[in-house]
Design a protein around this ligand. Structure first.
Ligand code: FAD
Length: 108
């Protein structure tokens, strides 16, 4: 593959290089690409609200989900993002979880 010319959005997209394909002799292929949410969430936790893309809907300040006592943050809420955002969400959720355990509510 090589990057093509920028399109109208300015983004360069990969285009195949003719004749560059080759065959590998392997026993097993484990696909590990993509950053989507695990579809198990949809089927196993039906009472928790998810976005259309299957990410968890959570309060930005507390990480509270629509399922009582369950908090979420990081990529499963924002979609693929960064470590620093996931860490921030974790800190906020930890505070809210502490409030929830002490008072039965997260303070929001
Ligand atoms: C290839 C790649 C490169 C990246 N490079 C950067 C970078 O340079 N800088 C940067 O800031 N970010 C980078 N990111 C993004 C960053 O890795 C994520 O934003 C961050 O890891 C999100 O943290 P998280 O805790 O939300 O999720 P994760 O780090 O994905 O943690 C989720 C954890 O939950 C576990 N888990 C999943 N399902 C279950 C289950 N059912 N039961 C128990 N455990 C479960 C998983 O094994 C995993 O350990 C990169 C991501 C990828 C894929």
């Amino acid at each position: 593959m090589e990057l093509g010319e920028p399109d109208e959005s300015g983004r360069r997209r990969p285009i195949p290089i003719k004749g560059s394909e080759f065959v590998l002799d392997v026993d097993v292929v484990i696909m590990a690409i993509g950053t989507g949410s695990n579809p198990l969430l949809l089927s196993t936790v039906p009472d928790m609200e998810l976005t259309k893309k299957g990410y968890i809907v959570a309060n930005e300040e507390t990480g509270e989900t629509t399922k009582k006592g369950v908090f979420a943050g990081g990529d499963i809420v924002t979609g693929a993002a960064t470590v620093i955002l996931a860490m921030g969400a974790g800190k906020k959720a930890a505070r809210a979880i502490n409030d929830y355990l002490m008072n039965g509510e997260s303070g929001n």
